[in-house]
Design a protein around this ligand. Structure first.
Ligand code: NAD
Length: 368
């Protein structure tokens, strides 16, 4: 199907955080790229050769999205930080199962040769992650299965679908398990933001001498991987012959309090206090074991947390400053989550002129 030696590539979820960065990197490598999402990128211009707004819960939309494509990077998902994941189990299970099953079947029917599925560290069993000083998680730890949330179950099922499609239909599938990816151009407000972006926003909003809210005691641990390393790892995995699930994350674990401390330091603001409040914290501890990643790809993420937080914080600081009215006008009231979600995910009915050089198809968003 490919014209010449370079495969035609589809990135689903191209309007989202990792998808947008991946499209940029694939374009830099010289690929022809189609991006598909239920909404255009929120913070940047579209950078794909074609960008189509489609609801991938629908099979007919998946068939159109995968037409004439050689390689699919399947990143589309209804997801967010712990606040969203812990409160929307049924919605997540339904939406993402539909997206995953329909996208891979459409890819198979359209003769796609390679298919990469973006899974998550959320597949790992709850009981292996109830200590802040957690043993790093190896790929084989996923079974016997016991993920904490529906989000993890849905990812595990889609992993199995990939493995079975390869065995039964010969579709070359790759499965990557991301561990907390962060960087600029990701959601930082509205209820779906993840912890690094949420903390950057809270610190950017805080006045010197003010405080920043942390969910729980802040001693829960995680490792964070910068988005540039993430897209490099995804690409390398797609080119490899490794068919089993593979971790992609950092092995440098920090507490959420330490993460917040680094961001406060970067901000240069004096006297910011951390205020601990009740809130969903997810598992107590999580870290990536990268032994297999190193073995398979001969590579691993190298951007340190401090290095990656610098551009992330600066970008979010700029967004916060841009929406802050000049003093002495009163501070804007926060839009509630429902309104914000409707604003972001509601019907798109007219073309957006920001897509210079790209073909854009925008459609109305309908329930499947
Ligand atoms: P994101 O929310 O920024 O991007 C996901 C995109 O999917 C969004 O733009 C969204 O509009 C789109 N989408 C949702 N429903 C859709 C539908 N019905 N049809 C078409 N598009 C739809 O998230 P992200 O951080 O870029 O994550 C990308 C992938 O990586 C997801 O599959 C996610 O589950 C996985 N992942 C991310 C992380 C992380 O730390 N960011 C960690 C583990 C796994």
């Amino acid at each position: 199907m490919s014209s010449g030696s370079s495969p035609r590539v589809l990135v689903t979820g191209a309007g989202g955080f990792i998808g947008h960065h991946l499209v940029t990197s694939l374009k830099q490598r010289g690929h022809w790229v189609r991006g598909v999402d239920k909404r255009p990128p929120e913070y940047t211009a579209m950078n794909a050769d074609e960008f189509e707004v489609r609801d991938l819960r629908r099979f007919d939309e998946c068939l159109l999205a995968t037409r004439g494509i050689d390689h699919v990077y399947a990143l589309a998902a209804d997801m967010g930080g712990m606040g969203f994941i812990s409160a929307n189990h049924g919605t997540i299970l339904r939406n993402n199962s539909l997206i995953n099953i329909h996208t891979i079947e459409a890819a198979r029917m359209n003769g796609v040769s390679r298919y990469l599925f973006s899974s998550s560290a959320c597949v790992y069993p709850d009981h292996l992650q109830n200590d802040a000083n957690v043993t790093p998680l190896r790929e084989s730890d996923a079974y016997p299965a016991n993920p904490q949330d529906a989000y993890g179950w849905e990812k595990l099922i889609a992993e199995r679908v990939c493995l079975e499609y390869r065995a039964e239909f010969g579709l070359e599938t790759r499965i990557v398990r991301f561990h907390n990816i962060y960087g600029p151009y990701g959601t930082y407000e509205g209820g779906r933001e993840k912890v690094p972006a949420a903390l950057c926003r809270k610190v950017a909003e805080a006045e010197p001498g003010g405080d920043v809210e942390i969910w729980g005691d802040g001693e829960q641990t995680r490792s964070f991987c910068y988005v540039d390393d993430c897209v490099e790892g995804i690409y390398r995995l797609m080119q490899s012959d490794h068919r089993e699930p593979l971790n992609l994350g950092s092995e440098d674990m920090v507490t959420v309090n330490e993460l917040a401390g680094m961001i406060v330091e970067l901000s240069g603001k004096e006297g910011i206090a951390l205020r601990h409040v009740d809130g969903p914290q997810g598992v107590r501890g999580r870290n990536s074991d990268n032994r297999q990643l190193r073995e398979v790809l001969g590579w691993e993420p190298s951007v340190t947390l401090r290095e990656g937080l610098e551009p992330t914080y600066r970008w979010i600081e700029k967004q916060v400053a841009a929406r802050r009215p000049p003093s002495p006008a009163p501070a804007p009231r926060r839009i509630d989550d429902q309104v914000a979600a409707r604003a972001r995910f509601g019907p798109v009915i007219r073309p957006n002129g920001s897509a210079s050089g790209s073909a854009v198809i925008l459609k109305t968003d309908t329930e499947p």
